[in-house]
Design a protein around this ligand. Sequence first.
Ligand code: AMP
Length: 192
Amino acid sequence: MKLVFFGPPGSGKGTQAKLLAKELNILHLSTGDILRDKLSEGDSLSKKLKEVMASGNLVSDDILNQIIADKLMSKECINGYILDGYPRTVLQSDFFLSFVKSNNLNLDVIFNFRINFKLVEERIILRSKQEQRSDDNIDVIKTRLDKYNQETYPVSQFFSENFSQNFFTIDASQEVSKIQKELINIIKKGQK
Ligand code: AMP
């Protein structure tokens, strides 16, 4: 089972991806988590990454594409995966789709988490207190939401038009358990 999750930061897609990956016994492939793991390495790349991520800007497409190409071909993805936080730009999307095509990795379902940005701001402020992420504060969230609108929203639109049979928009303001049930129901029903 191969899934892609779209949605702005704070839409709860990471929480849902974690739960669903466990349920389906597939890999939760969060590029944000992979990058955060790299920050502890302390080398010059990690210092650069820290700066970019703390400001709410996006890390370079080349770095992300390389990470994803390595992961998708690894044993960890043998049962499938949930992509959470990638592709986030048109260049990443182009790379990903040609990679998928040339390796016959057809996508099964794409979920698009839709949520009001005011609610996102409230959630992120709450999360900043719980998880102490350096990019979870009100100054940075504006940049992250702007990046989503400028770079990622067009990618999700492209997927909705080109994979309309497998593309499902989810009301992300609902309770965690309700959303999870909705995702599982859609997957069980198969394609439209
Ligand atoms: P996330 O946990 O998905 O919100 O990601 C946290 C931060 O990691 C983002 O604000 C970006 O700086 C960086 N990041 C994660 N995924 C990507 C991506 N696909 N492309 C560029 N930057 C990314």
